[in-house]
Write a protein that binds this ligand. Structure first.
Ligand SMILES: O=c1[nH]c(=O)c2[nH]c(=O)[nH]c2[nH]1
Length: 300
């Protein structure tokens, strides 16, 4: 065996697609509930000999982990993404050689069609996200959303920035502000026992959208701060929130060569490059917890 240092071992099944139908009634008038998740499991623990010796005696097979996702969905249901990940965590944290766990889920939303209670259309809006980790006795829950695309066609300015020999950007007092919000919030330790994750999600999403719409923006940075603050105000159980936003630039097209004016009506929506702006906003009394954020990507 060599003397290199092995660390950060984890193994699990990535992207277990799980659709759970809650069947409270049957027949042509059946009203069903749908939860559509993409679940990734990761176990951490005493698994080094699999890496160093190829000895799998401690390895809970990723296939077993995948099967456990489906079996626990059947046995415990999927009340919310966070609740389901907590169920997985409760199962795996007690298994031999497991000292820590990390479960993540994306949730895709479906809207009920008016015809009956069991037909749905995928809603093209944001993806909900959740991550539950355990480290021994401790539990960390973060949740959020990505791809929440928003735009305001006025009420956004950008000026007062420094100018140097490479600055070409004109100051503006009226521009299109568009972004695709990725937000992730961390629940205060212990709050997972009492918080209603669906209620919290809806409250935070609504608060962020209201803040985006109602903030007269002097910078996307200011809008991000307003959205994050509104989220903390909307949900007492959230200790901190991270928001990352691409600035989806909309450039006014010069129509003068064609003898036309363009009073803020015709834009070129560029897809790249884009500004990329992010921040974390934390309650003053909340203790930082870097472990909770470790698996959370900055921006997707
Ligand atoms: O809201 C903005 N923030 C920036 O930091 C920035 N930089 C830039 O070129 N445009 C903008 N807009």
């Amino acid at each position: 065996m060599n003397s290199y240092i092995l660390s950060d071992l984890q193994h699990g099944k990535a992207e277990c697609r799980l659709v759970k139908v809650e069947r409270s009634s049957e027949g042509p008038d059946a009203v069903h509930e749908l939860r559509d998740l993409n679940v990734t499991t990761q176990l951490r623990g005493d698994f080094a000999t699999a890496y160093t010796e190829g000895d799998n005696a401690h390895v809970h097979a990723t296939d077993t982990q995948k099967n456990t996702v489906y079996a626990l969905a059947r046995q415990h249901g999927v009340a919310t993404p966070e609740a389901f990940l907590l169920t997985l965590a409760a199962h795996w944290r007690t298994q031999e050689w497991v000292t820590g766990t990390c479960f993540t889920a994306e949730e895709y939303s479906w809207l009920r069609l008016p015809a009956n209670g069991h037909s749905f259309v995928r809603s093209g809006q944001e993806i909900r996200t959740a991550t539950v980790q355990t480290d021994g006795e401790e539990t960390f829950v973060v949740a959020g959303l990505t791809d929440l695309t928003v735009l305001k066609s006025t009420g956004s300015e950008f000026h007062g920035f420094p100018r140097d020999r490479y600055t070409a950007l004109k100051e503006t007092s009226d521009r299109v502000l568009a972004t695709s919000v990725t937000a992730t919030w961390r629940y205060a330790p212990g709050s997972e026992a009492t918080v209603d994750f669906d209620v919290a999600y809806d409250a935070i999403r609504t608060a962020m959208l209201d803040a985006f719409a109602s903030t007269h923006s002097l910078a996307l940075q200011q809008t991000i701060h307003a959205m994050a603050s509104a989220a903390l105000e909307a949900c007492a159980e959230v200790a901190e929130i991270r928001i990352a936003c691409p600035n989806k630039h909309h450039f006014l097209v010069d129509l003068e060569p064609f003898g036309l004016d363009n009073p803020g009506e015709v834009f070129f929506a560029a897809d790249r490059p884009y500004g990329l702006i992010s921040a974390t906003v934390r309650r003053p009394d909340a203790v930082e917890e870097p472990r909770a954020w470790a698996p959370v990507p900055g921006l997707r």
